[in-house]
Design a protein around this ligand. Structure first.
Ligand code: NAD
Length: 511
């Protein structure tokens, strides 16, 4: 007897309610550990985008949301944090099931960070300078002057599949904290957790403030970016798609934030404490099977300790547990899709072809009971040169490139010889040397004797082609507000309006 179980179906979330696609069509979402469909999701159309944007626009134009006093808004942000905490088990499960991220990481980091993010935003808005009074200047004359920070309007948030909940939250939290409204387009591999998040948040905010439309990037994403009623685009994804978004947004001169790819350099100095630096290096590159934008994918090692480091890294890698991401004992899960698996394996082949030396991994991994899953062995290449394809392009898989160096200046030159500038790191016992290297690496975040330490109160974003703008921290509130200067004259007599005399001599005489 075979039992057919209907897959759970998730609809778009528009104007405070679940809403099927205008065509009624759906697409399947898969568990990357098994390759099996686990949910069915509404397949967005241009009509669906228009409905979502109209709802967001109406919610923004209606008085009450965008001009809510900060103290009241802070209460709502705390309520959102509570609502997420209440539903965290469901969110962790959906996120892990569809993104392949381990429950260990999502429960131990992401969900806590998301709850903390909304709480931090609640605190930030209470002291954020929504209105600043300027001092009375000698020039151009006596007046009261304010600078107001106002919301931008309808924000399109377009997000990738690697950390769907966290990255969506990095956009939703500051957007709502400053009175904007949002239309979120999650990645097609991972829309389910974002759809549930929107429902959970919408129990606390007015209808239309947060909307989600699922569907293809080329159709739904591009329609949002080009939409005349969308005022801002906050995009996280590949540098290639980011370039296209900049061009698409140009026609309507949209405010954009871009969080893009990386090829982050990790520099080991001779005096580093290897007992912490080597596990830290693996943590920096193999967490989430290397599918994190700020992973430390290029490791620069002094030639004098090169062989020791390679030997210890290979041994440590063998201790990593690969398998079902839903199992709490597993540290490394699958990559997101068959296509991503093939892309990563092609990169590994190109490393071999260009003469890099495999010291561990290098092929797909077969996990017992999960033979159809998309697993790849954590892979380390030695003798990589910085001009090889594996050292230049973002692989987005569990592949570490180890590059030897003789002098630190040489390591820094290679570290910066990349189009990317998202993150960087240095391992040393000498704090002065650490700061010197930190100053010289061209990247938006530098970790000293650590990796992946993002904080909700610190800015995150890229130098060079890793992006434009910053998320997280108070700085992210700046990205969702625009400045308005308001001038009130304190001069009632026409004769004392010196500036008017620039046009009319009569103004002075009439006094
Ligand atoms: P991607 O660029 O393929 O897609 C990202 C999002 O853009 C998806 O929702 C996709 O549907 C949408 N999209 C695709 N084409 C589009 C178009 N023409 N117009 C509008 N939207 C479109 O990225 P991905 O494969 O989902 O994620 C991996 C990439 O994301 C990596 O490059 C990684 O470095 C980057 N990333 C960056 C950060 C960061 O904070 N800098 C964080 C995570 C991931």
């Amino acid at each position: 007897m075979s039992i057919q179980v209907e897959l759970p179906t998730y609809s778009h979330f528009i104007n405070g309610e679940r809403s099927p696609a205008s065509t009624g069509e759906t697409f399947d979402v898969f568990n990357p550990a098994t390759g099996e469909a686990v949910a069915r999701v509404s397949k967005g159309t241009v009509e669906d985008v228009n409905r979502a944007v109209d709802a967001a626009h109406a919610a923004f134009e209606k008085e009450g949301w965008r001009d809510m006093p900060p103290a009241e808004r802070a209460k709502i942000l705390f309520q959102i944090a509570d609502a997420i905490a209440l539903h965290k088990t469901e969110l962790i499960y959906l996120e892990s099931l569809t993104s392949g991220g381990t429950v260990r990481r999502i429960a131990g980091n992401d969900i806590m960070m998301i709850i903390d993010l909304f709480q931090q935003m609640a605190k930030f808005v209470q002291s954020y300078p929504f209105s600043e009074t300027l001092p009375n200047p000698l020039f151009p004359g006596p007046a009261h002057n304010f600078v107001w920070r106002e919301p931008i309007g309808v924000c399109a948030a377009i997000t990738p599949w690697n950390m769907p909940l966290l990255i969506a939250s990095w956009k939703i939290a500051p957007a709502l904290a400053t009175g904007n409204t949002v239309v979120l387009k999650p990645a097609s591999h991972t829309p389910v957790s974002a759809l549930r998040l929107a429902e959970i948040i919408s129990a606390v905010v007015p209808a239309g403030v947060l909307n989600v439309v699922a569907g293809s990037g080329a159709e739904i994403g591009e329609t949002l970016v080009r939409h005349p009623k969308v005022d801002k685009v906050a995009f996280t994804g590949s540098t290639e798609v980011g370039r296209g978004i900049m061009k698409q947004a140009a026609d309507t001169i949209k405010n954009i934030t871009l969080e893009l790819g990386g090829k982050s350099p990790n520099i080991l100095l001779k005096d580093a404490d290897l007992k912490i630096a080597l596990p830290g290096t693996l943590f920096g590159v193999f967490l989430h099977s290397g599918q994190l934008c700020e992973s430390g994918t290029r490791l620069f090692v002094p030639r004098s300790i090169y062989d020791t480091v390679l030997e210890q890294l290979a041994a440590l890698t063998q201790t990593l547990k690969l398998g079902n991401q839903l199992d709490e004992n597993i540290g490394v899960g699958p990559v997101i899709s068959q296509r991503q698996k093939e892309t990563v394996l092609d990169y590994i082949q190109s490393g071999i072809d260009e003469g890099a030396r495999l010291i561990c991994g290098g092929k797909e991994a077969v996990v017992e009971g999960l033979e159809n899953g998309y697993f790849i062995e954590p892979t380390i290449f030695a003798d990589v040169t910085n001009d090889m394809k594996i050292a230049r392009e973002e692989i987005f898989g569990p592949v570490l490139c180890v590059i030897p160096y003789d002098h630190i200046d040489e390591a820094i030159e290679m570290a910066n010889d990349t189009i990317y500038g998202l993150a960087g790191g240095v391992w040393t016992r000498d704090v002065n040397k650490a700061y010197e290297v930190a100053r010289k690496i061209k990247a938006g975040v530098i970790w000293i004797n650590d990796w992946h330490m993002l904080r909700n109160d610190a800015p995150f974003g890229g130098y060079k082609q890793s992006g434009i703008g910053r998320e997280m921290g108070k700085h992210s509130l700046d990205a969702y507000t625009q400045l308005k200067h308001v001038h009130t004259s304190m001069v009632p007599e026409l004769g004392r309006r010196v500036a008017y005399g620039l046009l009319m001599t009569e103004a002075k005489k009439s006094e």
